[in-house]
Design a protein around this ligand. Structure first.
Ligand code: GLN
Length: 246
């Protein structure tokens, strides 16, 4: 019996199944960040690297905590579960603080403001969020856009696993609008002359770092790091590098 257990244990270790994200043992403590790298300017793939505001901030936090940053790219709607189950230590994905999510994970202090905006074709008659009533709206599954679109009277919500699929559907007139975070919306708008962003924002939000409920020590350390990075102007510097003032 003992032998079976140890064989299972060895196999399990060999396959990495028992591996926790950060054990704290060994020479380099890893800080594993769960993200969805299709969300520029916060995270996107460039060559074989994940770059963006979140990646840069995470790197500075990891450095400050003497840890090695490892970024894991996954579907957006797997990120919170990855943190809850210990597959990742932190969630950084332009992740909006919501009361619902607070039931499952803790959030750090916010590091930036954000918003959901409405992306439409330049030919669209939509001018304000109220005009979305009764229309067909594309969102990315599990995002705040998805959650809040449910409140629009008479609207049909089309859920896509990736934002760019929603944007393609919009370009092909399969849907009337896409609800998406402001900065990624600006990237889509800049790449497609047929798209425009409605000035009136749909929601105002804040992004923060998600940490497992029981990992309060890491949360405290992250908040201490964030405070230093904010005070030294480093956060503004990173944001300014990726988002040009208008
Ligand atoms: N800010 C949105 C949310 O938290 C979308 C984030 C994303 O798609 N990466 O739901």
């Amino acid at each position: 019996m003992k032998r079976t257990i140890s064989v299972v244990l060895v196999l399990c270790l060999a396959m990495g199944l028992c591996a926790c994200a950060s054990s704290g043992s060994g020479s380099s403590k890893k800080l594993v960040m769960a993200t969805n790298a299709a969300f520029p300017p916060y995270e996107s793939v460039e060559g074989n690297e994940i770059v963006g505001i979140d990646a840069d901030i995470a790197k500075l936090i990891a450095d400050d905590l003497g840890m090695e940053l490892v970024i894991e790219d996954m579907a957006f709607d797997s990120i919170i579960a990855a943190v809850q189950t210990g597959k990742a230590d932190i969630a950084m994905a332009g992740l909006t603080i919501t009361e619902d999510r607070k039931q499952n994970i803790n959030f750090s202090d916010p590091y930036t403001e954000a918003a959901q905006v409405i992306l439409v074709k330049t030919t669209s008659s939509v001018q304000t969020p109220d005009d979305l009533e009764g229309l067909s709206i594309g969102v990315q599954i599990g995002t705040t856009g998805d959650i809040y679109a449910a409140d629009i009277a008479g609207a049909t919500i089309e859920r896509y696993s990736k934002y760019f699929e929603a944007v393609n559907a919009l370009l092909q007139d399969k849907i009337d609008a896409v609800i998406v975070d402001r900065e990624p919306a600006k990237v889509f708008e800049s790449e497609n002359p047929d798209l425009k962003i409605i000035d009136d924002e749909f929601t105002v939000e804040e992004y923060a770092i998600g940490v497992a409920k029981e990992n309060t020590e890491l949360l405290d350390n992250i908040n201490a790091s964030l405070k230093k990075l904010k005070e030294s102007g480093k956060i503004d510097e990173i944001i300014g590098k990726y988002i040009k003032a208008e």
